[in-house]
Ligand binder design. Structure first.
Ligand SMILES: NC(=O)c1ccc[n+]([C@@H]2O[C@H](COP(=O)([O-])OP(=O)(O)OC[C@H]3O[C@@H](n4cnc5c(N)ncnc54)[C@H](OP(=O)(O)O)[C@@H]3O)[C@@H](O)[C@H]2O)c1
Length: 337
């Protein structure tokens, strides 16, 4: 085991799109676990859009990361030393271990992963937080019914790519909005979306959606907000459900944006827009994971993971995610399994 734990800390609060200089690679001694603790060697760390919010000095559902602090993050790793009777050396675990090679844990919020079920990296994607977000967000908040039309933005990302596939499983028409022709082809040709389009090369989003959703929109799963969401509102049906999952188009905004006033559509269409956090479904995670694992096993769900190698490249992976470089779930491979 090396003596030094490479870590990525927040060096400066980003203004707009984060820059590599907003992060710092530091080294600290690999810690020894105390009583009740264990040491994890991370194998995969996650980069997620919500991390951008934690870099701002504002109060949210979780406290901001402090300057000089290791960036918090979900990770999958292997227990290498333990003074906790519930975790043994060799156990594969998923937890909030951060952007670093080694982490100490007491076991709170940590789950053991069975490597025989699926690749262990999926515990950060389809069989982890993004998968649960797609599952509960669509089914519990969106409540899609057979024959309805479901539109999802951020459709080729970790959450969005699953939302469209779950919509198909439930007998809906699935329409995706994504940022490149390659992503659109993946959604249509491999994942079974009924239609998709590239928002970057489509001048009139409302006109395109009207063409692709001839019966209107019953469920809109919103991962991005901004002008894409503005374009969806005029097409919602009576009784539509708008699932407000993320607003990534605004995460780098220094000032609040204003746009067209669209909420009157909710009145006219007697529709509902509801935000949610995946954590509100924590007591039902087992249900969600069992269902998702079943669909994965029977081939009803497909997924893609994209890897960047080396903990020192984590900021680059995170910035790339915000710039749409990922198809499916973006991960950093910290060490070989
Ligand atoms: N509510 C919750 O509990 C919860 C939990 C997890 C995630 N989320 C949210 O769900 C959304 C998706 O998360 P994820 O982990 O699956 O990320 P992701 O979709 O895998 O990655 C982010 C994607 O956002 C797109 N994007 C970036 N800037 C954009 C912009 N200005 N306009 C439109 N699209 C933009 C990019 O794809 P393109 O090439 O298509 O632009 C990029 O690939 C995020 O908003 C995230 O915050 C919410």
């Amino acid at each position: 085991m090396p003596a030094i734990n490479k870590q990525i800390t927040l060096a400066a609060r980003p203004s707009g799109m984060p820059k590599p200089s907003d992060f710092k690679l530091v080294g600290s001694p690999v810690p020894d676990p105390g009583p009740g603790e264990f040491l994890v060697r991370t194998l995969y760390v996650s980069v997620d859009p919500y991390m951008r919010g934690r870099m701002n000095d504002v109060k949210s559902y979780a406290p901001p990361v402090q300057i000089g602090e290791v960036m918090g993050a979900g990770a999958v790793g292997k227990v290498v030393a333990s003074q906790n009777p519930k975790f043994q050396a060799g156990d594969v675990v998923e937890g909030f271990f951060g952007w670093q090679q080694y982490a100490i844990s007491t076991g709170t919020g940590v789950r053991k992963i069975d490597p025989s079920l699926a690749p262990i990296s999926t515990a950060l994607g389809i069989l982890g937080m993004p998968g649960l977000t797609a599952y509960f967000g669509l089914l519990d908040i969106g409540k899609p019914r057979e024959g309805e039309t479901v539109v999802v933005s951020g459709a080729a990302g970790a959450v969005g790519s699953l939302v469209g596939q779950i919509a198909k499983i439930k007998g809906c028409r699935a329409v995706g909005i994504a940022g490149s022709d390659e992503k659109v082809a993946w959604l249509s040709d491999e994942l079974g979306f009924d239609a998709a389009f590239n928002y970057k090369t489509t001048p009139n989003h409302t006109a395109k959606l009207a063409e692709l959703c001839p019966k209107g929109i019953d469920v809109y799963f919103d991962n991005v907000g901004g002008t894409i969401t503005d374009a969806v509102f005029p097409l919602i049906n009576v009784g539509a459900r708008i699932v407000v999952c993320g607003q990534i188009a605004q995460y780098n905004a220094d000032r609040n944006e204003t746009g067209p006033r669209v909420l009157w559509n909710l009145i006219v269409k007697q529709a509902r827009a509801e935000g949610f956090l995946v954590f509100q479904f924590a007591s039902r995670y087992a249900e969600g994971l069992t269902e998702m694992a079943g669909w994965l096993k029977t081939g009803k769900l497909k997924y893609r993971e994209q890897f960047v190698d080396g903990i020192e490249n984590t900021p680059r992976a995170f910035i790339g995610l915000l710039q749409g470089e990922n198809t499916g779930k973006q991960l950093v491979r910290v060490a070989p399994e």
